[in-house]
Write a protein that binds this ligand. Structure first.
Ligand SMILES: C[S@@+](CC[C@H](N)C(=O)[O-])C[C@H]1O[C@@H](n2cnc3c(N)ncnc32)[C@H](O)[C@@H]1O
Ligand code: SF4
Length: 325
């Protein structure tokens, strides 16, 4: 699960991907679900069978007490084996790190600004990394793959910590800044910035514990896994779950809905294969395919439309495809 603990952040990275809806706002989300109470958070974790949580932001450590509270809550609810990692762009003091470690934080990933990559040894990040290690947390650096990454790799090797490099990505909010900084898109079908992976290749030579997260991996694998877990727990009897974790079902939309329901009952479609909603009936796509000719004949004069849709596995999740019948 991704736990976004605040949109506040004192840094101003040119590549910051935060949306306007989140940036600068002190709001909390568990995945895409707004968190107003502990139940919201726990419900989301249960829904996706979360094995662990990544605490992110904004800058989570602007809200240290909140972070500590959530670490304790997650560990108390899901057990010690629920792995928790935290991102920070700050270099917290030992006292703060002690509080986090004591609460049960398993792993911390530091994100120093690009301006200090060449001199990490003499920066406050050096002491923070050392302290985090001594306190028994898995400790590493996570940064976008940009010029200077190879220097960070050499430093990580020296410190005996891991380094995660993320392929630089365009998002709605940073594209202007990335273009101004001379980056361009790798291709029409990817969000990756051209040339970012070259820096990772250079860094690979300098550090043994290095991991490169490509834009494709993040989109295709991480998101897909999350969707699959959510889909498994939320799909209705008649939703088909795809390999991508999206849901497919049929819709009888608008027109005379009373007549539509009557027809389904007349031809004895089992109750568990359809759901009557406001202004539409959602139904197993294979049932709709079977019945489409008869349904169209009876219902189209009243303005009813039949289609099959594929959508992300949430209430009103993003529409992936709509096939009119
Ligand atoms: C999105 S941030 C969230 C936590 C916190 N705001 C931070 O920046 O550390 C997590 C990681 O994403 C990476 N990141 C930020 N912007 C990126 C971008 N445009 N493309 C690829 N990775 C990015 C950074 O490496 C950072 O460590
Ligand atoms: S530290 Fe993270 S949230 Fe803050 S500006 Fe940089 S990328 Fe954005």
């Amino acid at each position: 699960m991704v736990l976004f603990v605040t949109g506040l952040c004192p840094k101003n990275c040119f590549y910051c991907p935060l949306s306007n809806e989140r940036r600068g706002k002190d709001i909390i989300f568990a995945n895409e679900r707004p968190v107003k109470s502990d139940e919201d958070l726990l419900k989301e974790a249960e829904l996706m069978d979360a094995l662990g949580t990544g605490i992110t932001g904004g800058e989570p450590l602007l809200k240290v007490e909140r972070v500590v509270y959530y670490i304790r809550l997650l560990k108390a609810s899901f057990g010690k084996s629920h792995h928790i990692h935290l991102y920070t762009s700050l270099a917290p003091d030992r006292w703060t790190l002690e509080k986090l470690a004591k609460a049960g934080l398993d792993e911390i990933r530091f994100h120093p600004p690009q301006s200090v990559w060449g001199e990490l040894r003499h920066s406050p990040y050096s002491a923070a990394l050392q302290n985090a290690k001594e306190l028994g947390m898995e400790t590493g650096i996570e940064i976008p793959s940009l010029e200077g990454a190879e220097k960070v790799a050499a430093f990580a090797e020296e410190m005996g910590i891991f380094l995660n490099l993320n392929e630089l990505e365009f998002s709605d909010n940073n594209s202007e800044a990335l273009l101004e900084s001379g980056f361009s898109l790798e291709s029409d079908t990817s969000c990756a910035a051209a040339g970012s992976c070259v820096h990772a290749e250079n860094a690979y030579r300098a550090c043994k514990r290095i991991h490169f997260c490509s834009s494709t991996y993040k989109d295709a694998v991480q998101l897909r896994k999350r969707f699959q877990r959510i889909a498994k727990n939320t799909a209705r009897e008649f939703d088909e779950i795809t390999e991508d974790g999206t849901l497919i079902y049929g819709v009888i939309n608008g027109g005379d809905q009373t007549l539509a329901e009557e027809i389904l009952r007349e031809v004895e479609v089992p109750d568990e294969l359809f759901e009557v909603k406001e202004g539409k009936i959602e139904v197993a796509w294979w049932v709709l395919e079977d019945l489409k000719d008869g349904l169209k004949e009876e219902l189209e004069p009243f303005g009813t439309k039949l289609f099959i849709i594929e959508r992300h596995p949430f209430e009103d999740g993003l529409l992936v495809e709509l096939i009119p019948l």
